[in-house]
Write a protein that binds this ligand. Sequence first.
Ligand code: URA
Ligand code: CA
Length: 436
Amino acid sequence: MIVTELIEKKRDGGEMTREEIEFLVNGYVAGSVQDCQMSAWMMAVCIRGMTERETADLTAVMMDSGDKVDLSDLPGVKVDKHSTGGVGDTTTLVAAPLVAACGGTVAKMSGRGLAHSGGTLDKLESVPGVCIEQPLERFKDIVRNNGVAVIGQSADLVPADKKMYALRDVTGTVASIPLIASSIMSKKLAAGADAIVLDVKTGNGAFMETLEGSKALAREMVKLGRSLGRRTVAVITDMNRPLGMAIGNGLEMKEAVEVLTGRIPLGDPLVEVCLILGSRMLTLSGLADSVAEAREKLVDALRSGAGTRKLRAMIEALGGDPAYIDEPERLVKVKSIVPVCADRSGFIGSIDAKKLGISAALLGAGRFRKEDVIDPAVGILMNKRYGDTVKEGETLAYLYVNDDKHLDEVVRMVSEAVSVSGERPAELPLVYDVIE
Ligand code: URA
Ligand code: CA
């Protein structure tokens, strides 16, 4: 086979065979296909699309490019959850321990934050001592003993995605449903869980901004999971605002503890989305017959403190100091807390979640390049949420600051991201659809 002919075939709208996809992807990992060739082919995929069969073959070839995790010696249904990436979205740190507290087995390999969206690993590492790189046997022992472990993906899991994603990031080829679906699902499938709950975000803070695009991506990923024998459900959730009030790693860990300890009440958007995702994890695990029954069990685990105990035990097993879970204020000690105030009275009419995510990253909560170092204590704590009334001069958000290098810019960005309008805005749904 000749690489240029394969690029031309996709450029002209042709359908690739499994062998052709293997030749390209395996050749790219091995170095015989060059960066410029892979990016030309992926751009052709962005424009021409892929059939269901091609996407399934691409996913399988990527999954087979490296090590696969075998969880079969752990008892019960192993359940994983994945978010396509949001802002102020600390659902894993709440839902995973709650599901474990209800008898579930949660074995999750997680990622780092990317651009404006946060990553669970960075949030875990806000607790001093936590080590997210663990040998596979140690990971399985934690799951066996505690019912839940979240660690970093091993370096040899889906090397094809590592290389392709890095290239997509710099060649304008991220926003393609077959490329996103194969990227996410190859990693989820290689990580070995029997059941996968996908939280597909939609809105201004998500990778997929339109509901149509998010639904198409969700359907594609559910089909891929099913076709490879995994129980898979996708929940399409709103990302036209930060889900919780906290944006930043220690702030989000603290917020997760506040949810688990009942300091944030039922009905709060973050709590509700955690319960919705957790319910799906329990029903897919066969531990509840309906989502209503699952929700009751999860609420019991919230009220009894069982979820907090699971999180605490996991942090301790990863080497972290559990005193920070008992006193989460210690996670967010900063040099200064700077309020951003409303310049008029009215309602919080719209929130640019992506801009808030970038603002938090500028304060040091996120990375713009892989090698950037995160400050776990900094970020943004919202004081108002979508639809709230606000008076001129009232605080919209508090900035948690250690380094004021970008402070003026961040103050401006946050006040632009939260717009105050004269009219009460329409309510936003939390969940748009569930793809089963
Ligand atoms: N997250 C991924 O892992 N891959 C993508 O392509 C997009 C988001
Ligand atoms: Ca996330």
